[in-house]
Structure formats: C-alpha cells, structure tokens
Design a protein around this ligand. Structure first.
Ligand code: ADP
Ligand code: GLC
Length: 470
C-alpha cells in the first residue's frame, strides 16, 4: 500500500511536541512492514532542512482565493529517515523558524494543504491512503472529497489522526474563499459552532478517524473542547490506536545524546553517570532522588499547579529531594517556576526553553518523571521514561491511563486521579517512599525497561485500518 502522511511536524525535520515524534516514526515502521509510506511537511527554516540535501520534484503556482503563491516540492535525497520525505516550500509562508505562532497560521496551513494536494493530484497514479494529522491538515479530507480540482483523489481513502483536540484551528467565514471551488451547499461540512473548524471538518469528512489512545477516544465523548456531540455522532468511524515510540531513536544503549549509554544489566551505573552529569550542571546533589518534568508549560499538562506543588514538596521533604524542570510555554508559569530558585536553589532548578539533548539526558538521569496532565491524548514522555528506567508519576487520564499501572496494583508507576495540588504532592511523597525501598525501586527500574512500546504493533493496526478502506 502507498500511504502519504501529511503533517505540520515530523522529527527531526521540525518538532514542537509528540506529533513530530509520531510522524517521524510511524512511516518508518510502516515501510518495514513492506508498505510505501511517505511524509509531506512544510519546508520551515530549521536546522535539519538547512543541513540536508534535497532535490526539486515539483515546481508550480498555487492559490488560496485570489492569493497566488509559487511553491516547490523538495525530496530528501538519501532516504535517511527510513521513508521518503517531501517538503513543501512556499516562499514567505513556510520558510520561517517556528512551526506555529504566527498571525497568518491559517493562511500558511491552508496554502500548505492546497500545495500538497495540487501536487499529489497531478500524479499519474493515486496513492491508497492520505493520512492527515491534527487540525493543521484537517481540511484535507473535505478538499479531496469535495473540491472540483481534486476529483482525481475523490476515491482515495482519507484518515485523520487526532493527536490533540484542544487545538482546532477555527477561522471565520470571511476566509471561506480560500478553499478551492466546491458546491457551496456542502459548506456545512466545514462548520462547527459558527466557525469554519478544520478539526471538526476532518472528523466529519475523513473516511476514518483515529485518536492516539483508546482512553482518549472515550474521554472525547464528554470532554473534547466543544466537539463532544460530534464525537458521539461519528463514533462509528473512530478508533483509538495507542502510539508507539521509535526504539531506534529512544534506546539508552545507543542514544548518542547520553553521557553514558546503558542497558538493563548496567542500569544502576548508567543512570547514576547521567544523573551525576545533570546534577552537576544544575547544581543539585546526585544522592537525592531526582524528579523531573519535561514538556510544554500549559494548563493541559497541569503546569499551572507545578509552582505550588514544588513549594509544598520541597518544603515538606526538606533537603531530601531534587526537582528539575525542562519546558517552555505560559509566561506566568515560567516566571513562577524561575522564582522557586530564590527559595530552594540547592534542591531545585529549571531550564526554560526547548532542548532535545537535555530531554534525553533527563529521561536517562532522573529517578522519577512527573506528568500531572489534565488532558493527555497519549503522551510519549512516560513511554520514553519507562525505556530509560525512570519511574513515571502520572494522572490517570488518556494515554497515561492506558500505559501506566500503579505499584499498589501490582504495576510499576505512581498514579493519581486528579490534577490537584494534593494529588500531585501525594504522588511525590509516595515516590520518596519507593525510592527509600531500594530493593523494590531497583526491581521496578528493570521491569519498566523491558516493557515493549515499539511501533511494531501500532503500525500494523494502522495498516489493518487502511486495508478495510481499500
Ligand atoms: P505533547 O505533544 O502534548 O507536547 P508528548 O508527550 O506527546 O506531549 O510529546 C512531547 C515531546 O516533546 C517529547 O518528545 C518530549 O521529550 C518533547 N519535549 C517537550 N518539551 C520539551 C522541551 N522543552 N525540550 C525538549 N523536548 C521537549
Ligand atoms: C499530542 C498530545 C500527546 C500525544 C502527541 C502524539 O501533542 O498532546 O498526548 O502523545 O500528540 O500523538
């Protein structure tokens, strides 16, 4: 089968969060299964794109409404990612350093979708599946089904994967004319609560919709930022497929970003070496348990509660724990997290920003990883932390609920029910207790490193889904 993934992110080309990790890995595993999976992403101004060689495979003009743009499709020359990577370069729109956050993001991603589909619809053959990811490419299923100029793709199966329904990409009807010509009576397929809503439209029009964990799919029926009734209505074509991880990138035995590689047999010495390095850099004492948080500092992740949780825990476990944060996001949360250093500098530090290498070091060097998410469609951090022998402390929600079981229930993590200061600090206290029980703690480390979350299983589940459609 030939599958074309169309996405805003793809690791290591351009990454903001887990969407990139998924799109950078799933196609590789689909190829390993004997299929042809390709990836199409915008050509941003990123290090990977600057430093790698591409050839032009398509050069044309496109338009959204009366806005004309030139674009090129570039193909990475060496297949170094394990799949054919195509970039859509639209001068002035895609070639910027960040993936998101511009006032004209609506225009940028509409132009990207139009350029990608203009190109694919010129192919002599039709691919078997167009697989769209999140709202940035959520208009794709509508366009291929309804826009006159994409007639050639009308019979091509479309799949939309929802990585996060908190973001839906809504815009006003004044921009309806951006979308290539279609019968206007079909406009309802674009609409949700008075706006054009790309995510809602994708859910309505895609042949199949997937969410990145089974529990998230169930939760969407009562908590989906206003899309609950749509989810209930379209439930029949939705399926939850739990994400995997790229075990070639995330392998503590070979990870080039670690100061010391390790495997199950050498986990104690290996983690200690990484912990010493991290603690040295951040002025922490490696003899104490190290708790880390890695991620976007937004409400969804429970980040707004972290400052209070950390004050409480650092006070209560005075000089007995270390906490280190890596993240960026909400300015107020960033400031409050920074301020904690003034009071608890000997046991606490924070790195505000995005740092891929540091994240790997932290998964390897930490004892516990904190994920008190309010919403977590899947979550990859907890899966990376398992593989690196770091015990996750999580709220039972979405993918966290599907992947982590509490030690008290014969499992290997620490789980709690609410994203509340009480539940999170209690989770930290339980972890301190577990750290004190060295025998149990070491045994759990070994157990979690053996858990298999590689993409093999999920890649097959996606293929089975595509097969139903073809
Ligand atoms: P989300 O996509 O909602 O942010 P995920 O758990 O699916 O959450 O994936 C987050 C990904 O982004 C992981 O690979 C994590 O290591 C990475 N990440 C998040 N914040 C940072 C950061 N500040 N520096 C480096 N990596 C980060
Ligand atoms: C989203 C979700 C996260 C998920 C990731 C990859 O960003 O917030 O939970 O792991 O996508 O699917």
């Amino acid at each position: 089968m030939e599958i074309i993934h169309i996405s805003a992110e793809c690791y290591p080309v351009a990454k903001v969060g887990g969407l990139a990790d998924v799109v950078g890995a799933l196609p590789k595993y689909q190829n390993k299964l004997g299929h042809i999976a390709k990836v199409v992403v915008p050509a941003y101004d990123t290090k990977f794109i600057r430093e790698n060689a591409f050839e032009v495979v398509y050069d044309a003009w496109g338009n959204y409404g009366n806005h004309w743009f030139s674009f090129r499709v570039l193909k990475e020359k060496t297949n170094k990612l394990g799949f054919d990577l195509y970039l859509v370069h639209i001068p002035g729109l895609t070639d910027r350093p960040s993936v998101y956050g511009y006032q004209d993001d609506t225009e940028r991603f509409i132009a990207f979708q139009i350029a990608a589909l203009d190109w694919i619809s010129q192919w002599e053959h039709r691919p078997d599946v167009l697989h769209f990811h999140d709202h940035h490419t959520g208009l794709g299923p509508f366009m291929t089904a309804n826009c006159v100029k994409y007639q050639h793709l009308k019979e091509t199966a479309t799949v939309l994967t929802i990585h996060n329904a908190q973001y839906q990409g809504q815009f006003g009807w004044d921009k309806l004319y951006y979308i290539p010509a279609f019968d206007l009576w079909k406009s309802g397929l674009l609409e949700w609560e008075g706006d054009i809503n790309p995510l809602a439209s994708g859910i309505k029009c895609a042949w199949r919709v997937t969410t990145v964990s089974p529990s998230y799919l169930e939760e969407m029926r009562y908590n989906a930022r206003g899309l609950e009734s749509l989810f209930n209505y379209e439930r029949g074509k939705c399926v939850g497929i739990l994400n995997g991880i790229d075990t070639e990138v995330w392998n503590p035995a070979t990870d080039p970003m670690l100061s010391k590689n390790f495997e199950i047999k050498t986990v104690e010495a290996g983690k200690l070496a990484n912990k010493k390095l991290v603690c040295g850099v951040f002025g922490l004492d490696f003899n104490k348990p190290l708790f880390v948080f890695i991620g976007r500092l937004v409400d969804e992740k429970g980040a707004d509660l972290l400052p209070d949780v950390f004050y409480d825990s650092l006070h209560y476990h005075r000089d007995k724990i270390n906490i280190l944060v890596l993240g960026s996001g909400d300015n107020d949360v960033e400031h409050r997290l920074n301020d904690i250093k003034n009071v608890h500098g000997a046991n606490y530090n924070v790195y505000i920003g995005y740092n891929e290498q540091l994240s790997h070091q932290l998964y390897a060097g930490a004892d516990f990883l904190l994920m008190p998410s309010r919403v977590e469609p899947c979550g990859l951090n907890q899966l990376y932390s398992l593989r690196y022998g770091t015990i996750p402390i999580v709220r039972r929600i979405g993918g966290l609920k599907d992947t982590i079981t509490d030690v008290g229930d014969g499992g290997f993590g620490i789980c709690f029910d609410q994203t509340s200061i009480y539940d999170i600090t209690d989770g930290i206290s339980r972890a301190v207790g577990l750290y004190g029980d060295k025998k149990k703690f070491k045994a759990i480390r070994k157990t979690i490193m053996k858990i298999d979350h590689s993409w093999d299983k999920a890649a097959t589940e996606y293929i089975e889904l595509y097969q139903i459609l073809n």
